[in-house]
Design a protein around this ligand. Sequence first.
Ligand code: IVH
Length: 649
Amino acid sequence: MDITAAEARLNALREAIRHHNERYYLFDAPEITDGEYDRLLRELAEIERQFPSLLTPDSPTQKVGAAPLEHFSTVRHLSPMLSLGNAFSDDDIYQFSKRIKQLADITDNISFMMEPKLDGLALNLIYEKGVLARAVTRGDGDVGEDVTLNTRTIRTLPLTVPQQGYPVPEVMEIRGEVCMEIEAFRRLNRQRLEAGEAPFANPRNAAAGSLRQLNPQVTDKRPLIIFLYAIGHITGLFPASQEESLKLLSSWGFPVNPHIRKVDGIDACIDYYHMMEGQRDSLPYEIDGVVVKVNDLAVQEKLGFLSRSPRWAIACKFPPRQELTKIEDIIVQVGRTGVLTPVAVLKPVSVGGVMVSRATLHNTSEIEKKDIMIGDTVLVHRAGDVIPEVAMVQKENRTGREQPFVMPSQCPECGADVIQIEDEAAHRCIGLACPAQIKERIRHFASKKGLDIDGLGEKVIQQMVAKKMIHDPADLFYLKKEDFLQLERLGSKSSDNLIAALNAAKKTTMEKLIYALGIRHVGEHVARIIARTYPSLEAVMAASRSDLLAIRDIGPEVADSIIRFFGEAQNLRIIAKLKAARMEWSGNTAAAETSSPLAGHSFVFTGTLAKMKREEAKNMVLSQGGMVHSSVSQKTDFVVAGSDAGVKL
Ligand code: IVH
């Protein structure tokens, strides 16, 4: 690269970095990931290293952050709040150690304080005569925003230095990181979504947005925590090391991170770095690396500062856990209870060292609230051991070719109808034979309150489904002893017992059967009411919405759910199969004629019949195991037309 090309690239980089500083520090709304930001900054620093004549004092490499917001009053820090140089690998950490040993002329092992690099926002606290006088954000490093009132709401922060142990200093400036725990962040975002507000992209932005509220009462409701990690300035006391500084703070009750360790030599630093990387997922708050600090303050002083950061410390970064990528498609996964979850298929991207190609989108209302479309560029976030989530959409990247997501009306696993019950965010598949739900369906079918099939526990069901012995609940009644003998840990005697239990279950009550079918919103109580109201299952199946609504205790949700369940061909086939297995349920007066050619077929009547009333004809069909519907659909097998037939014909 010649100097003209370097200058052009340098100007572009400086411009971009200034813009992103503003997004990050001023608006708490970054447009790029930390990883991308670091790459820009490193490229700029590298060009400035190669062409020192191009380095200017106002370059972003020489300054931190952006100027403070106008709403808060500004305060100059007693000593500037610096940033840290970054290490991204073991080798970078070795180089750091080599550098300081040379500069400070040390040959022995150096003592370091190793600290988690908390991913929140830096806060500068000034205590005057032991009382919190001011709390100031980092701002541009020299001047920050006065957030004292908001800071006083942080529960774990002592507002006064206790008059015990060490003498209370006249003036003390201490620094720490304000964070929000991951659980609290999720809770806050759920509340925001419910209230129709935009969710925060990550816990750090949530912490920053909460601390920089103009109304302290809002901050008071946000669960912020703080860990102190440095003394910037202190009068009357002279800690000799970082370790002593932290002990001093801790003795006064200031929260100091419990994972901080003192180590000797750079190898131990690297061990700590990898150990914390391993523990990262189990911490309740986010950390994005560890910080290595020379412990001895005399050595720190000897090493001094670069313009932007101390020479005696370095941030060893973990791979970032937020990355930008593209949503290539949105597919639907069916859970064991039939809930359909939209899942984003992503252009694979490494997020915090893990390749991510899927992210849950939770449900359609979440998609609407976040305004997610197929083809969007999105920020993907992974926290703790959770499934990756789409944190936010980069709307400015839209081309107009993005496609909205539409929830399918048929289950992608089994083709049954998909319903969304009023007031519920979830869509559900109502298929009794849906492979995604089969285990859960059978467990429910065989449960105590259902058909009460003894010995049909989870492990047996699991094996039968895995061996494809059963595809729906009715298949149970077609199993023979030989089938059971194939199963692990099931001897001849237990197989006999199971066959006996299944035979016993064939004779049941309508109430138990209705419950066992697992119709959404039909629990024990509703099953009983229905069984008492109708003489037969066929009558239930033929009931209209208004018939059902006429029953006390049955509201529109339950009625709709029943109508839809019996409107699903898959479910009717299974009921016919149960009858064919000679299952009997008391209340079922009409003998099950499943050998009938009508069994499982759907009929629709229209017009006036010549030889009998329509009601009689309906009952004949029902008694033969057929189904009667009031309108023609894809599932209709026969339309029986009399004179003056209507549009149904
Ligand atoms: S020491 C001059 N210690 O990281 C020393 N910083 O990239 C400056 N941070 O602004 C800070 N945990 O917001 C230090 N244990 C820790 C830290 C920590 C998180 C943040 C802090 C700082 C930034 C520097």
